[in-house]
Design a protein around this ligand. Sequence first.
Ligand SMILES: [Zn+2]
Length: 418
Amino acid sequence: MRCLNWHCWSLWSDASQNDHLLFVINGLEMKRTRINRERLKDTFIRLAETESPSRHESELAALLSQIFSTELGAEVSFDDSSIETGSDSGNMVVRLEGSRPVKPLFFNAHLDTVEPCRSVKVSFMNGVFKSQGDTILGADDKAAIAILIEVARVLQEGQIEHGPLEFLFTVCEEIGLLGAKALDPAFLEADAGYALDSTDINKLFNKAPAAVRTEIRVFGKAAHAGINPEAGINAIQLAARALAGVPQGRIDELTTCNTGVIRGGTATNIVPDLVEIKGEVRSHDEKMLRKVQDQILAAFHKEIMEVRARNSSGKEAPPSLPRVESEVFNDYPLMRVPEDHPLVVTAKEAASQLGRSMESVATGGGSDANILNSKGKATVILGVGMQNVHSTEEYILLDDMTATAELVLQIIHNWHEK
Ligand SMILES: [Zn+2]
């Protein structure tokens, strides 16, 4: 326990009851409330058992609307991003009015889950949530949503003073951050916030790589492989030669590259005339990202040009085949929130007040936070305890969810940006 000053509250856990108490000292009156683990557990199970595959988030959004608007009296609104995302729901923002004159602060989680996520049945044993083994659990990212619901309930029933808060629930995160990409930043009043969407509850992610996806099509020329192979140009062989010169794996400390999909050819007796190759590059260094991207494209162009040069000897015009088409998609931009940013400082301070240590680190993945940062909404990522995500082995501990709820409350209490 700490901090028993005027207008100050403290938070600690009582291990004997395995419960978590929150004391509010407000003037001379002391109000008492607690993070209700049983309620948090029930909320999480209810959310996890509500289907919300990407583009079909409306059922979950309706449930959240009911909880936040009907039960908690918060303002709930949806944007019109569904035109762009193809989802049956827009991104959702919940606004909790604040009584403190500080800048608004947001918390972000995503509504959608990856497959298999139909008819999830949650099992809860010895403090651990799991699915029945035939679906994901959906702690990614419903644990975060359940935590935010519990936080809102505790704030309300404890009549705890706080600044204006916004909870941003995005759609289609799992299929390319589509909801965040379609979000009009003006839809959020807050310019700074926390995304609750990672594993380790003692880590804060303030750096994430930028990523590009490459799609390359190599065009050869079809011919009968047995009767007239001389007339053909084998696109598979061309692509294979080019791929031998494409960087793979960890390129340097900050950069990775992967060729992940190759598709081509139709039958063994036909010289293949088309191969498609898909890959990605990620880097914490924008220049290196572009350099590796260029190396990939150059490897294909070099191969094509060599074949063309060989085939064109003696001819006037260069042949139109083989040919290469390439497209590069900017998947998500670099994310970098400085160590001295109030978001980082506030979270670390909150953790230390709770007797925990919090490390700020870089993640190798991209998330809504990358997109929000690029739209002028400073965002860092916090872990909620989800484990083995995107698999039927996914699980999460109620203890970790409770600890995250405590941290979020402490952050809200500490947020004093003006
Ligand atoms: Zn997630």
